[in-house]
Design a protein around this ligand. Structure first.
Ligand code: UDP
Length: 325
């Protein structure tokens, strides 16, 4: 059985479905502080916190592997309230890790992030880039990566730290998708500007040292990420050693290019205005995903168009239903 911790969140809920499609038995563990039970309808759900050692220890019986998605993930919030980031992502994460270890679980898949690299000197970013996070979110994720490395050496824990670039898009079914509150991410923000659910999109900075002056990111479809999790799990099940892998497409898209794609897909203009740069945004973050390609035989297969199409389908369908419920 696979314990999907934080499985009622955005990426965790997609991974849970993908695991099930591959025949795995899945139990979701989530405190629903930021997750949503309707994203995991039909799954066994344990509503509890990762800091709850007792509850975790009960659930851990019969678990073959843990996938850990339970983290706060907003950079700006982490700067404002570092305490909750270290408490949840570091302290809570460690309780989860220790409880798994004590229960004899030796397979662990961790949601890491390109934020561990901070502002890299070179792009595309390889896994050997020094890890120098520039905000508490990245620091908390790096702490957990370091714990996994130490536990591998000391206790024989086998892990994969999967460093996501910009997760985006939604399940092709239209039933689940991104649901953050507040929503800070570019693609949902642009779609909400189109529907009128919120005002103009603020385009944070148009004077970056990039081809069109706006920030460049590597947007990767959430179901491509979910596929990588299943492959990483299978690899560890087959006896592979631990690894840290970048999950991205290797292709950079500017904010302006994303807006153009949103306009093509929706057939509507994105109301917008140029706003000052958002503090802490590096000009360009693009993955070199070749290690994940070689080691997992994984490649992101969904395009920016499919990302925006599925996000749009979710925005108009499932998400609206969820909002009314
Ligand atoms: N961005 C923007 N307006 C928004 C949200 C994001 O211009 O309302 C830009 C942001 O500056 C960054 C890119 O879009 O360059 C992606 O931001 P997002 O918050 O989606 O992801 P992040 O790169 O911070 O993980």
């Amino acid at each position: 059985m696979i314990l999907v911790v934080g499985g009622a969140g955005y990426i965790g809920s997609h991974a849970a479905r993908t695991l099930r499609r591959h025949g795995y038995e899945v139990v979701i563990y989530d405190n629903l502080s930021r997750g949503h039970d309707f994203l995991v309808e039909g799954f066994e759900l344990v509503v509890a916190d990762i800091a709850d050692h007792k509850r975790l220890a009960q659930v851990m019986k019969g678990v073959d592997a843990v996938m850990h998605f339970a983290a706060h993930s907003q950079v700006g919030e982490s700067v404002q309230s570092p305490r909750i980031y270290f408490q949840n992502n570091a302290e809570g994460g460690l309780t989860l890790l220790n409880t798994a270890l004590d229960a004899g679980v030796r397979k662990f898949i961790f949601s890491s992030t390109c934020a561990v690299y901070g502002v890299p000197e070179k792009v595309p970013i390889t896994e050997d880039t020094p890890r120098q996070p520039v905000n508490p979110y990245g620091t908390s994720k790096l702490f957990f990566e370091n714990a996994l490395e130490a536990y591998d050496r000391a206790y024989g824990l086998r892990y994969m730290s999967l460093r996501y670039f910009n997760a985006a898009g939604a399940d092709e079914s239209g039933e689940i998708g991104e649901l953050h509150d507040p929503e800070t991410h570019l693609i949902p923000a642009a779609l909400k500007a189109v529907t009128g659910e919120r005002g103009e999109l603020e385009l944070f900075g148009s004077d970056y040292p990039t081809p069109d002056g706006t920030c460049v990111r590597d947007y990767v479809h959430v179901n491509d990420l979910a596929d990588a999790h299943v492959l990483a799990l299978k690899k560890i099940e087959a006896g592979s050693g631990s690894a840290a892998l970048n999950l991205g497409t290797g292709l950079g898209c500017s904010v302006k290019e994303v807006i153009t794609m949103v306009e093509e897909v929706t057939g509507a203009k994105v109301p917008r205005r140029v706003a000052p740069r958002r503090p802490g945004d590096p000009p360009t973050l693009v993955a070199d995903p070749s290690r994940a390609q070689n080691s997992l035989q994984w490649k992101a297969t969904r395009s920016l168009r499919e990302i925006v199409q599925t996000a749009w389908q979710w925005e108009r369908g499932g998400r609206q239903k969820a909002r009314k419920a």
